[in-house]
Design a protein around this ligand. Structure first.
Ligand SMILES: Cc1cc2nc3c(=O)[nH]c(=O)nc-3n(C[C@H](O)[C@H](O)[C@H](O)COP(=O)(O)OP(=O)(O)OC[C@H]3O[C@@H](n4cnc5c(N)ncnc54)[C@H](O)[C@@H]3O)c2cc1C
Length: 331
C-alpha cells in the first residue's frame, strides 16, 4: 500500500464546537504535511458533524471527512473503531493523530489492536526525523524525568497526543478544502453499550477551571493524613483545592481535582503550589494562572522557573504559619 498524508481524528467540545485539542492536532499535522508536501485529512465521527468538519478546513485541513450516524452520537468503542478502520483502509494515511483524552486513549488502543499495528500513547511531542522518512513519537517516561523517542515500524503510524502541546493555526474562513461525507454501515452487532445519560459530577458546581484561587498539593505532602494542611490553606484564602497526578493516583483526593495535561486546565488569579516539583504535565495545566506562588524545600525544583513568587522551605512549617496569618488578617 502507498501510505501518504496525515489523518487527524477531530471531535467536539462541550459547546459542540471543534475542540481545542483537535485544532492543536490539525496545527501539528499541517506543519508536518507542509514539510512532506502531503495533505492533512481530518475525520469527524458522530452525528451532526458537518459544521465541525468545515471548521477543520478553516484551521488547516485539506480534506475533511465526516461520518454522521445516530448510533455514533456518543463515543462507544466498537462503532468508532469500525469507522476509523474503514477510513484508514480507504485513505491510507501514513500517520494518524488522535487526541489523548478518555475517548481517544480508548480508540487508539482498539484500532491498533484491530489492525495489529503499533501505537505510541500519550505523546508529548511529534517530530519528523531529519531525513523526513520517519516520525519521532516523543513521550515522557520515568514519571516525566526523561523523554523517549519511539518509532513505529507498522503503517499507519498511530499516536495519541496530549493537549496543550501544539500551536493552533489562526482560523481562516477563506481557506478552501474538500468537505467529504462518508457513510459507514454500523451493524447491530457492533452496539455492545448504549449511553443512556450523562450525570453531572457533584464537584462540577465548584469548578476548578473557572475559579479565582487554587491551593494545590503535591507528593511533598507525604501522606494522606497531612492533606488537611492543603485544605486549611485553601479555606483561609477562600480557594479550591487541586492536586498533582500522583496525589490523585494514591487516592488521597478524587481524580476530579487533578490539575495538568491529563487533568483540569486552570487559569486562576492565584495558584499556590505546595510540595509540587513542576513537571511539564503539571505546568501545562497551570500556565495560564495570573500569579503562581510555589512552596518547595528544593531550591532547584522546576516549579520555581514558572512561579512568580517562591518560598524555599519545609511546607510543614510554612503552610500552617501562612494559614494562621491569613486567618488573623481576616479576623
Ligand atoms: C502521560 C502523563 C501524563 C501526566 N499528567 C499529569 C497531570 O495531568 N498532572 C500532574 O500533576 N502530573 C501529571 N503527570 C505526572 C508528572 O510527570 C509528575 O510525575 C507529577 O506532576 C509529579 O507530582 P508531584 O510534583 O506531586 O511529585 P514529585 O515530583 O515527587 O514532587 C514532590 C515535590 O515536593 C517537594 N517536597 C518534598 N518534601 C517537601 C517538604 N517537606 N516541603 C516542601 N516541599 C517538599 C520536593 O522537593 C518535590 O519537588 C503525568 C505523567 C505522564 C507520564
Amino acid at each position: 500500500m502507498d501510505y501518504k498524508n496525515i489523518l487527524v481524528l477531530i471531535d467536539k467540545d462541550e459547546n459542540k464546537k471543534l475542540s481545542e485539542l483537535s485544532k492543536e492536532l490539525i496545527g501539528k499535522a499541517r506543519e508536518m504535511a507542509d514539510v512532506l508536501s502531503e495533505e492533512v485529512i481530518t475525520l469527524a465521527i458522530g452525528n451532526d458533524m458537518k459544521e465541525v468538519a468545515q471548521d477543520a478546513i478553516y484551521y488547516g485541513a485539506d480534506k475533511s471527512i465526516y461520518v454522521n450516524d445516530k448510533l455514533l452520537e456518543n463515543y462507544t468503542t466498537i462503532p468508532y473503531t469500525r469507522v476509523l478502520d474503514e477510513i484508514i483502509e480507504k485513505y491510507e494515511p501514513q500517520a494518524v493523530l488522535i487526541g489523548a483524552n478518555a475517548d481517544g486513549r480508548d480508540l487508539g488502543g482498539r484500532i491498533c489492536a484491530r489492525r495489529n499495528i503499533g501505537l505510541v500513547a500519550d505523546c508529548s511531542d511529534i517530530e519528523l526525523t531529519e531525513d523526513k522518512k520517519d516520525i519521532k513519537w516523543v513521550r515522557p517516561t520515568f514519571d516525566g524525568k526523561l523523554f523517549s523517542d519511539i518509532r513505529i515500524s507498522s503503517y499507519p503510524k498511530i499516536g495519541t497526543v496530549a493537549s496543550g502541546v501544539f500551536r493552533i493555526n489562526k482560523k481562516d474562513e477563506n481557506r478552501a478544502g474538500e468537505l467529504i461525507e462518508e457513510k459507514v454501515e454500523i451493524p447491530e452487532s457492533d452496539i455492545l453499550t448504549i449511553v443512556k445519560e450523562f450525570i453531572k459530577s457533584p464537584k462540577e458546581d465548584k469548578s476548578l477551571s473557572d475559579c479565582d484561587i487554587i491551593v494545590s498539593g503535591g507528593m511533598g505532602i507525604g501522606e494522606k493524613d497531612n492533606w488537611h494542611l492543603i485544605e486549611e490553606l485553601a479555606s483561609a484564602v477562600h480557594g479550591l483545592v487541586g492536586a498533582t497526578k500522583p496525589v490523585c493516583d494514591m487516592g488521597w483526593v478524587p481524580v476530579e481535582e487533578q490539575i495538568g495535561s491529563t487533568g483540569v486546565r486552570v487559569a486562576p488569579k492565584l495558584y499556590i503550589a505546595v510540595g509540587i516539583s513542576g513537571a511539564i504535565q503539571h505546568i501545562a495545566g497551570i500556565k495560564k494562572s495570573d500569579l503562581i506562588v510555589a512552596i518547595n524545600n528544593d531550591p532547584e525544583a522546576p516549579i520555581f522557573k514558572h512561579a512568580h513568587y517562591g518560598l524555599v522551605g519545609d511546607l510543614f512549617e510554612i503552610v500552617p504559619m501562612l494559614t494562621e496569618k491569613l486567618k488573623e488578617i481576616e479576623n
